[in-house]
Design a binder for this molecule. Sequence first.
Ligand code: GRF
Length: 215
Amino acid sequence: MRLYLRLMRLRVAVAISGRGSNLAALLQALAPGAPAEVVLVISNRADAGGLAVAREHDVPTHVLKNSADADEWLRALSGSDAGLVVLAGFLKHVPVEVVTAYRGRIINIHPALLPRHGGPGMYGLRVHQAVLAAGDAESGATVHLVTEEYDRGPILGQAYLQVLPADTAESLAARVLQLEHRLLPAAVLAAARAGHAVPFSLEREDAALRRHAAT
Ligand code: GRF
């Protein structure tokens, strides 16, 4: 049974540009019994904090020489036999050839309730500033499929919170990040069961993740 699970594990490549807290949350959530494992971390920056996170977990890393070079991406991804690509704070465009080759198998996490507050230039604190400027009562995080259009692929799952009267962009960012750390593992777990990225419910996957952590 253990061998079967191992053979069936979804191989996940994670692309990052920065500190990698979502990567860390994913690595922590995917305990040895989980049906997915992170097999590669790709970064466009050699100084990304997330690379150290990967190394601490003995996950191979690849620093892109040129993030616009589709061949470099495809070589790295096929070399690790990745079945799912997760963009977790990856701030460059993924080449269209890569999106095509991994269609239905690339997901992104965004720190707002898409389709609101997404698109080019919408990253970091700017997202939360936009939420506050719009007077939104709710914010949250979104996992969606990556398509050629930035932040516009089909939504797979979302997590919500209430914007509080005292919220600043910083406080909102911190609370949304906590949600992201649950939402991303949930998306990966659901994908592992289906063999490709699928719509999912955070509550259902949360329960499954707790079960895996306990075994
Ligand atoms: C997260 O807020 C994610 O939603 C966005 O970039 C940030 C990355 O944070 N796409 P981290 O590097 O995972 O800590």
